[in-house]
Ligand binder design. Structure first.
Ligand SMILES: [Zn+2]
Length: 173
């Protein structure tokens, strides 16, 4: 019994740390070739993206499917149940809006932010085709074109305090 509780606690802590706190795990399916985690949102209200009014009127529910970072070499997919809310502001042009999960993935993205970050790193250190092959080796199906697009979107973050001097390699009149 103690062992069983320990497994439950560990699983709970692992899952909690992986997702925003408002997403609750419903079940986990471990297949031969992939892992699927089913989640649902516990939020009771959301702000309209157009007018920022808080709404708690749910119009319907929908599911978003996306790929996340692998777990022990198995591709991980998330199936997340989210709400569509009715905007409660009568002056707003948006009637119904979808619940967003910005911390985890951008709107309409089929991959989590952290998976996209990893793929971007892959594509910055090698050719897009080589990066796509490497992804295929670890069971992540992504095209060279997508990797190229990710690498083009990448913007280096420069810590200005770390720049002491600028070197000029070439100089000519
Ligand atoms: Zn609105």
């Amino acid at each position: 019994m103690i062992e069983f509780n320990w497994v439950i606690t560990m699983k709970y802590k692992l899952i909690k740390g992986m997702f925003p706190e408002y997403l609750e795990e419903k079940s986990i399916q471990v297949n031969e070739d992939k892992i699927i985690i089913y989640l649902f949102s516990k939020r009771k209200s959301c702000n309209c993206p157009s007018c920022n009014t808080s709404s708690s009127t749910v119009a319907t529910y929908f599911t978003r499917k996306m790929q996340d970072l692998n777990i022990i070499d198995k591709p991980l997919f998330l199936v997340i149940r989210l709400a569509k809310y009715r905007c409660e502001n009568p002056d707003c042009n948006t009637k119904v809006f979808s619940e967003r999960i910005e911390e985890l993935a951008g709107t309409k993205e089929r991959r989590t932010k952290r998976l996209n970050e990893m793929l971007t790193k892959f594509s910055l250190t090698q050719s897009a085709e080589a990066a796509a092959r490497r992804c295929s080796d670890i069971n992540i199906k992504v095209s060279g074109d997508t990797l190229l697009r990710l690498s083009k979107k990448w913007e280096p973050s420069i810590d200005e305090d770390s720049i002491y001097s600028i070197g000029i390699d070439d100089f000519a009149f």
